[in-house]
Design a protein around this ligand. Structure first.
Ligand code: F6P
Length: 328
């Protein structure tokens, strides 16, 4: 069997570990792996990963040493052409021409939405792996890269706390996550932040100021407010609005941006990557298609792609309440 692999959308720490698990599982069962460069664009351009031996294949040793590396050896992109019906059809025809029997795309919501659409026009099997820092896919407890991104955010916030505390300031820290507040909420709890502004439980400017005044009365001399990028118009606009509304602390703003996508994956992300990569290959060999490999309660599972990509994955309400309790 010939299995195609690719990474698409925003890169996430652990994508390499996932590629490694896919290659090792499939090759040890006697199957061939072809890697497409730059996500779905690599199918349209017929651009393959070429290893040091000059072959368009990934072997056991091709993936040696990459388990610990951030980024992706296949590189990634967002591919507007693939997202059109014509582009999807063209990709299906190219995969057939190349003799690819199955495809394992690694990525987030956009990537797996593309995979589901491809499955409607291509006869090959498709099983996706959840690779995104955003944790915005259903059917898996976590996505590959999320825990590393939270770790990076917590390390940054810990450093900012030193200055916030020395200068009796409030820092507003904007964190990625697209429309989801998962990274922001987890960071807030782990780093002891006082306020989290997330799309799922939006506080308005007056409510934030009220909370800050209350915290000031309780003797808090420094504040960290983490702000999800999907909350209102971004952190700088929020800083201005808070100033106008009488924020009781001097403020500084920091946008962590793509910093959260980089760095070596943490052990949990490497393990999740190994579990889902292995599960994706096992699913394909068992004849499954139109699925995502996930992990629920530490057990690898296959869930329908349609379910994985559906709607907005809500952050747990009990974590929002927990933050409120422990940040007083
Ligand atoms: O999906 C991952 C992510 O990093 C989001 O958190 C963010 O909104 C987006 O990608 C940024 O995309 P780009 O790297 O294309 O600017």
């Amino acid at each position: 069997m010939q299995i195609g692999i690719l990474c698409s959308g925003g890169d996430a720490p652990g994508m390499n570990a996932c590629l490694r698990a896919i290659v090792r599982t499939a090759v040890s069962e006697g199957h061939e792996i072809v890697g497409f460069m730059d996500g779905y664009q690599g199918i349209l351009n017929q651009d393959f990963y070429v290893g040091s031996v000059g072959a368009n294949r990934l072997f056991m040793r091709t993936v040696s040493g990459i388990v610990k590396n951030g980024g992706t050896i296949l590189h990634s992109s967002r591919c507007p052409e693939f997202a059109t019906p014509e582009g999807t059809q063209k990709a299906a025809e190219i995969l057939d021409k190349l003799g690819v029997d199955a495809l394992i795309p690694i990525g987030g919501n956009g990537t797996l939405t593309g995979a589901h659409e491809l499955g409607k026009v291509w006869k090959g099997q498709i099983i996706g792996c959840p690779g995104t820092i955003d944790n915005d896919l259903n059917g898996t407890d976590f996505t590959i890269g999320f825990k590393t991104a939270v770790q990076t955010a917590v390390e940054a916030v810990d450093k900012l706390r030193d200055t916030a505390s020395s200068h009796h300031r409030m820092f507003l820290v904007e964190l990625m996550g697209r429309h989801c507040g998962f990274i922001t909420l987890h960071t807030a709890i782990a780093a002891g932040c006082e306020v989290a502004c997330i799309p799922e439980a939006p506080l308005n400017v007056e409510e934030v100021v009220e909370k800050l005044e209350d915290l000031k009365k309780r003797g808090k001399t420094s504040i960290i407010t983490v702000v999800a990028e999907g909350y209102q118009d971004g952190v700088l606009a929020l800083q201005n609005k808070l100033k106008e509304a009488g924020c009781p602390y001097p403020m500084r703003s920091v946008v962590l941006g793509h910093l959260l996508r980089g760095g070596d994956p943490c052990p949990d992300d490497r393990i999740l990557a190994a579990q889902t990569g292995n599960m994706a290959v096992r699913g394909i060999l068992a004849g499954e298609t139109d699925k995502m490999a996930g992990v629920q309660n530490n057990q690898p599972v296959l869930v329908p792609l349609e379910e994985a990509i559906q709607g907005h994955r809500e952050v747990p309400k009990d974590l929002i309440q927990l933050l409120d309790k422990v940040s007083r």
